[in-house]
Design a protein around this ligand. Structure first.
Ligand code: BGC
Length: 765
């Protein structure tokens, strides 16, 4: 470590010790004193440098504005770098900062560690369908363990954007449509990443993104405008962000979209009034990729204007845009930003570095030995396999077609059947696609010599070659077959004829969801539908093994295929985990966290909608004139929020409340008996919903207020207990007061959001 940095660290009080064994203890001053002293030494240029976050050029998503990064690091013009992989490269960049820059301030290294590092877990939407908070936390813990072993100390995760629109490809990166569940998942992930001590060498700082409302993009088109009432924002879209702030996330990332007329990146109400003042957020705020210069396109002014707008709104770090670095001096000279605001921003960045332990040891996360021993370990892969199996959702299983026996001949057919490169799913930048287990490999390993697996591709992803190229970027190829569709299909039908059962591995490719993959058609591509039709026409039993990053319109498949297992993109261990579920080593327990519509025309569709003044009187889906419905489609979705089958059968009975009155400061318990009446042991996700019958503003028809994932052996019966307090019933009224209004509430408990068992209570003052 350089002398000058050490000089800054001369102790007055003993607050810390060196992090690596064998190194001399480094003691540094308490945070405030340390940062005050450092700030007093910094030039304006060095301060602006701390606010600058260029990309490493290892992975880029937009038009990068930063060049000559190494030189800038030496000049103190860089605060951190992101998406740079390996201890070797990171150590070298850190060396430039610590040894070559005047004040030797260490860099912070970020990365999109979204669903695992090299050990890749299911895409976040898949993780959410496990409804298993300890498991989700564990996936984040393992991700942090691996990423920090490889030099990373900051992840751009969790993404907590509520989404009710499957056209939006980034639904794959979030936890679905529900604010209550989304909040619990945000907390679990932050805990997994940050642990209880951010300065430990195996924890990393979380970044809650994308603040705010990114998942409500108009028409489901990525980056598009949002325009929303405060009532809906506070009650339906804000809760997971707030939960992230309350859970102590170290940073927040702003979203690309415009919110009621002002882009989030320049939205002072959002970033200062809501995030800082109302929620008390203490960390720093970073833009999304080129978020500042993009405000020029939004029509907010030139680079200087939008950079000042962003700084004054409450942004501390500029990702790739270099608006802060290039224009804030001028704005300061012209009185458009204040020195105090810049100093406050720099302080937050330095505090984050202090909290991460980087001033004590800039190489805290650069341990070659850890990099060799703690990444992609057998034990991490074992956890990934369990988590992947827990994420799968059984959508249909007529006549108990699943689980399959490991015998006879299994025809494995479809463009996703032998698709190793696609198993990790979208946004898995650190994952090695060549190390993922394909379905074919997983099945072959699972059956060994007990059964025969016959494989045929059956079809390409799509008839259209350009579409397929756009949906298989970043090396995630499906190895497009250049033969004619008829020839490819014929080969598959030959395999089908020899098979006892057919697994149709169809759906989306990994990069058909994720950033910038909005779709106007959420059906399985036509060539695959044609394949499935032909397979079903053989008369053999067909199981659809579905791959997708978003809810799809599966109306045709639901009508024609006897069994559908939705596997999302399950990560490194996908093939093994799917085999575990198909052959019954794992009984599926995943439940949907985003509604699957019957048709794209129903979008946006979600379970916790408001009632209209003209709800339907019939529940059979019959059209009723002058009622709120469609002339050509039912109102209800194909598969509801919370839905998912098991190989066993669960029955709910005896729903009771401990009292029919709940006091504002009291609590009541809700109990229900849950019995496993089928033939397999298994997990059930029991869900509790309430309905607030009368409010000062109209209230949703149902709201999730509790859930429990319980294991029941076959034949076993348990009594489940949920506790409700007035706090659980609070919502933001039209004056934005968070209140529980007295009155009658209905309670529903069951296995999905259509739960039938019902009771009620009254909230009294
Ligand atoms: C995405 C963010 C991501 C960032 C950095 C952007 O394009 O919207 O989610 O964290 O790139 O890679």
């Amino acid at each position: 470590m350089k002398k000058t940095l050490l000089a800054l660290m001369i102790s007055v009080s003993i607050t810390g010790l060196a992090q690596k064994k064998g190194e001399k203890a480094t003691v540094i001053k308490p945070k405030k004193e340390f940062i005050d002293e450092l700030l007093s030494k910094m030039t304006l240029e060095e301060k602006l440098g701390q606010l600058n976050l260029p990309t490493s050029d290892d992975f880029t998503t937009g038009t990068a504005g930063s060049t000559g990064t190494a030189k800038k690091i030496e000049q103190g013009k860089v605060g951190g770098l992101f998406n740079i992989k390996s201890v070797k490269k990171i150590r070298e960049m850190q060396r430039l900062a610590v040894e070559k820059s005047r004040l030797h301030i260490p860099l912070i290294f970020g990365m999109d560690v979204i669903h695992g590092y090299e050990t890749v877990f299911p895409i976040p939407l898949g993780l959410s369908t496990s409804w298993d908070m300890p498991m989700i936390e564990k996936s984040a813990r393992i991700a942090a363990q691996e990423a920090t072993a490889d030099g990373i100390c900051w992840t751009f995760s969790p993404m907590v954007d509520i989404s009710r629109d499957p056209r939006w490809g980034r639904a794959s990166e979030g936890s679905g449509e529900d604010p209550f569940l989304g909040s619990r998942i945000a907390e679990a992930m932050i805990k997994g990443y940050q642990g209880s001590d951010l300065s430990a060498n195996n924890t990393m700082m979380a970044c809650v993104k994308h603040f705010a409302l990114y998942g409500a993009a108009e028409a489901g088109r990525d980056y598009n405008t949002t325009d929303m009432s405060l009532n809906r924002m506070y009650n339906e879209y804000f809760p997971p962000y707030k939960a992230g702030a309350d859970a102590g996330a170290g940073s927040f990332m702003v979203s690309f979209n415009d919110i009621n007329g002002i882009p989030a990146t320049g939205n002072k109400w959002l970033l200062t009034d809501v995030l800082r003042k109302q929620w008390g957020f203490k960390g720093f705020v970073v833009t999304d990729y080129t978020g500042i210069p993009e405000m020029i396109e939004h029509g907010m002014g030139d680079l200087q204007t939008v950079s000042a707008l962003s700084m004054n709104a409450g942004v501390e770090m500029d990702m790739v845009g270099e608006g802060f670095l290039g224009t804030l001096k001028k704005s300061l000279d012209e009185g458009k930003v204040t020195q105090k605001r810049i100093d406050d921003a720099v302080r937050l960045i330095l505090e984050a570095k202090y909290n991460l332990g980087l001033f004590k040891d800039p190489y805290l996360y650069c341990d070659e030995n850890r990099a060799k021993t703690e990444i992609f370990t057998a034990s991490n892969r074992k956890s990934a396999r369990e988590i992947a199996a827990a994420s799968m959702v059984l959508l249909k299983n007529d006549n108990q077609l699943l689980p399959l026996k490991k015998s006879g001949t299994i025809g494995l057919i479809g463009p996703l059947a032998d698709a190793m490169e696609n198993m990790n799913g979208t946004w898995s930048v650190a994952g090695d696609i060549t190390k993922a287990v394909s379905l074919r490999k997983g099945l072959e390993d699972a059956v060994g010599k007990n059964a025969k697996i016959l494989y045929a591709k059956g079809s390409n992803l799509d008839y259209n070659e350009t579409f397929e190229a756009n949906a298989t970027m970043f090396g995630k190829t499906l190895h497009r077959d250049s033969r004619s569709p008829e020839v490819i299909l014929k080969e598959a039908l030959d395999v089908a004829k020899q098979s006892d059962v057919i697994l149709a591995a169809i759906g989306e490719s990994a990069e058909l969801s994720g950033e910038s993959t909005s779709r106007t058609n959420i059906k399985i591509p036509q060539v695959q539908k044609d394949l499935l039709k032909a397979l079903i026409a053989t008369g053999k039993p067909v199981v659809v093994v579905l791959f997708t990053g978003r809810p799809l319109d599966l109306t045709d498949e639901d009508a024609s295929a006897p069994a559908i297992l939705n596997t999302w993109f399950a990560g490194t261990e996908a093939g093994n985990a799917i085999a575990d579920v198909l052959f019954g080593a794992v009984n599926p327990s995943g439940k949907l966290t985003m509604t699957f519509p019957r048709s794209i025309g129903q979008v946006p569709i979600f379970y916790s909608h408001k009632n209209t003044g003209r709800p339907l009187a019939n529940s059979e889906g019959k059209f009723e004139k002058f009622r709120s419905n469609y002339i050509d489609e039912r109102n209800e979705p194909l598969y509801a929020f919370g839905y998912g089958l098991s190989y066993t059968k669960f029955e709910y009975s005896n729903l009771k409340v401990s009292s029919d009155k709940l006091q504002q400061n009291g609590s009541i318990t809700v109990t229900v008996d849950l019995a496993n009446t089928g033939n397999y042991d298994g997990y059930e996700v029991a869900q509790l919903y309430t309905r607030d019958l009368v409010g000062s503003i109209s209230r949703p028809v149902r709201e999730l207020k509790g859930f429990q994932k319980v294991w029941l052996k076959k034949g076993e019966k348990k009594t489940l207990t949920f506790t409700l307090t007035a706090n659980d019933l609070k919502f933001y009224n039209n004056d934005l007061q968070f209140v529980a209004e007295p009155g009658d509430f209905e309670v529903y408990v069951g296995g999905d959001s259509n739960a039938k068992l019902q009771t009620k209570f009254e909230l009294v003052n």
